[in-house]
Design a protein around this ligand. Structure first.
Ligand code: PNS
Length: 167
């Protein structure tokens, strides 16, 4: 990747990756030369997570196996530090609803304060994905519902392995 290449950093918990996240990555690929998907984890919150960070990273890699411009890393600590490490001046976040926006605007403003050279860009996923969230996917899977419309195939496989009831 040459020095002028534009890198977009897409951070999140991705527990698990949903079709809404995939949509945001595909949109980011139209704006940047490479997209670094950064999976956050916190050793102190590990028990609350459905999938371990390594599993989440692996599922995302499999979901973008056909896209050489997508890289997946795990991270803890400050997002702006990671942005500097990977050479990203753009942070991408998906915004589905007004409710999302409040939290996102606060984070974007704080990140700008910490690193003025890093710009946050909000991408709006397809309306049909607006109601999809990792939290609801985890619930559907745990309760034996059909999660298949909401996650890519590698994630569905992992959900079925974790919850035998999942359709
Ligand atoms: O998918 P999520 O849980 O909404 O992602 C939130 C995430 C990981 C993007 C956010 O919590 C984050 O950036 N964490 C890193 C710590 C950090 O930099 N905090 C200061 C941001 S104002």
């Amino acid at each position: 990747m040459d020095a002028t290449a534009r890198t977009a950093l897409y951070p999140g918990s991705f527990d698990p990756l949903t079709v809404g996240h995939v949509d945001v990555v595909r949109r980011a690929l139209r704006l940047a030369d490479r997209v670094v998907v950064a999976v956050s984890y916190s050793p102190t919150h590990a028990k609350k997570e459905l999938f371990a960070v390594e599993e989440r990273v692996e599922m995302i890699r499999q979901s973008f196996a056909d896209e050489a411009r997508v890289e997946v890393v795990e991270f803890q600590g400050l997002l702006v530090e990671l942005a500097r490490r990977v050479g990203a001046r753009v942070v991408v976040r998906g915004v589905r609803t007004v409710a999302d926006f409040e939290y996102e605007a606060q984070m974007a403003a704080m990140n700008r304060r910490l690193a003025p050279e890093v710009e946050t860009v909000f991408l709006v996923p397809e309306p049909e994905h607006a109601f999809v969230s990792a939290t609801l996917v985890r619930q559907i899977a745990a309760l034996g519902g059909d999660a298949s419309p909401f996650v890519p195939v590698p994630v569905l496989r992992a959900l079925r392995a974790r919850f035998p009831l999942v359709r």
